[in-house]
Design a protein around this ligand. Structure first.
Ligand code: AR6
Length: 169
């Protein structure tokens, strides 16, 4: 599996799956969640209402609606509370569950934002290292996902993600 960093707005990407850093309500919010809902259109919110929320660490699949991406995987990252509240395990679960849902629809390409690194306050270096480590875990042979983009919105996050890839997480 090929992991690369890309800087920009995740909603502009033509990949099979983009991942949303949502909250447990799945009813939208600020940050990347707000951007995805705006770009996908109001049908996304309607669809999400029927999902009944999503616990932290889990993930839910929706169509991409007006996005170029075919699907959106909504996952809920942990709120950073100092690092002793299961944050790393929950963030790792987000990446694993998102990848598993992408596999379930035979996606070849997936793009992740820096889950929990905005409003939820997860330290970016730790989150980036964890993302690279989890996404580099061996996958079953014949797995569909071939290409993973780690999306940085800022230049600072771009550097942090490149560094995490260079050092293997
Ligand atoms: N494309 C790519 N990355 C983005 C974009 C974008 N368009 N916009 C922001 N980012 P955040 P969280 C980056 O706060 O910390 C929402 O209100 C951003 O710079 O979106 O998981 C939800 O509803 C940061 O690096 O998500 C939840 O309530 C990263 O995406 C809460 O925020 C994640 O920042 C989730 O907080």
């Amino acid at each position: 599996m090929h992991i690369q960093v890309w800087q920009g707005d995740i909603t502009s990407l033509e990949v099979d799956v983009i991942v949303n850093a949502a909250n447990e309500s799945l009813l939208g919010g600020g940050g990347v969640d707000g951007a995805i809902h705006r770009a996908a259109g109001p049908e996304l919110l309607e669809y999400c209402r029927r999902l009944g929320g999503c616990p932290t660490g889990e993930a839910r699949l929706t169509p991409g609606f007006n996005l170029l991406a075919r699907f959106i995987v909504h996952t809920v990252g942990p709120v950073w509370q100092g690092g002793q509240h299961d944050e790393a395990r929950l963030l790792a679960k987000c990446y694993r569950n998102a990848l598993a849902l992408a596999e379930s629809v035979d996606a070849h390409s997936i793009a992740f934002p820096a889950i929990s690194c905005g409003v939820y306050g997860y330290p970016a270096e730790h989150a980036a290292a964890l993302a690279v480590k989890v996404l580099s875990e061996p996958r079953p042979t014949g797995s569909a996902v071939q290409s993973v983009l780690l999306v940085a919105y800022s230049e600072a996050m771009h550097q942090i993600l490149e560094q995490a890839i260079a050092t293997g997480g």
